[in-house]
Write a protein that binds this ligand. Sequence first.
Ligand SMILES: [Zn+2]
Length: 419
Amino acid sequence: MENKSKTLGKYSFGVGDRFSHQAQAQLSAFQKAKEQGVQITPVWNKSYREHQIISSNPRETRRQADLAIEKLRWDTPYFVDADHVTFDSVDFFLDSSDFFTLDVADYIGKSTLDENIHSFVEKHKRYVSELEIPGITEKFIVDIKRLEQIGQSYLKAVEEAGRTYRKIQASKGSDQFVVEVSMDETDKPQTPLEIFFILSGLAGENIPVDTLAPKFSGRFNKGVDYVGDLDLFRKEFEQDLAVIQYAIKEFSLPEGLKLSVHSGSDKFSLYPIIKEVIQSNNAGLHIKTAGTTWLEELIGLALAGGEGMEIVQKIYHESVQRFDELCGPYASVIDINKQNLPSEEVVNSWDGESFVRALRHDQSCQDYNPDLRQLLHVGYKVAAEMKDQYYPALDKYTDTIAEQVSENIYDRHMKPLFL
Ligand SMILES: [Zn+2]
């Protein structure tokens, strides 16, 4: 497939700016990496779900990104990602985005026409045997039945990606945007063999896919560390990379095609593994982190004390009261033990430092509370509702907050992943 005018580059990093106040602070982290000789492409991502929850608009995301780029004189590519869009929700983003994450997870396992399954199987008959993929020592057994199963699980999702891609293409013109296909918000991880045939299907739909976000094994909960088997993750990640390299050649997919890790913030136990594996394979990576910046806003406000701290306490109390409502949309990506949430009395007795010790993702700190952290991660709706108080506070304490936002992205995320 032909090359695009704007490319993501080897390393790219998605940041989320829920309230459109932190784009400059976020970009300053990319600048620090650049000064250290590592080029990472910034991507501002916001999902349809997130826009809905806080009644925001992709035009504002674009405006803030452009403003930050201009202010900090960033002279290399950057993108605005329509995150987790479907055929129906994509219209909302067509004007403002140049990166589209086609979320087809809901179509996994949905049926398509029998004749489509049949031609999928026919097309891949040449792989029936023990399939060897360069870089993977074990062989994959492929037979007709396995091909049928993969077709039944994923063909509808692949077709849906094609339908959505063509809608964007018709509006924006070919090759003016980056395409990601995401299948992460589902129950079952995709195996490396499944990924191989999914990529074939995407090539068959003529989608010049730049990044693929599979579901990996283990739990990728919002704002907290990975929960799962690290050795298994390493093996899976290595195999996925090998499959992608092989699929690029087999199906003439874009040379720069790479893996995308969703809910990628705060997965501190995975970063050394990811870093080692991508470096030893000379592979690229896209990582999405969204809510981690919003939590740094809260940390900054708590550190500022006074009115800042009052707002944070209020957001926490309200989040506890509205637990089910706030957690509902994120059920598959959070695990909160309600028993571990501190009471209103306890939190009211805290000073800013105490709150920060509970909230900040520092696993070496005894007071760190991952349950409180996950709840606040999904509690941004409360802040959106009190925006007449919240936004002025973001402005008032902007320096304290910006320092936290930038440090979190650069020191805790970029450094262990890329530097
Ligand atoms: Zn995702």
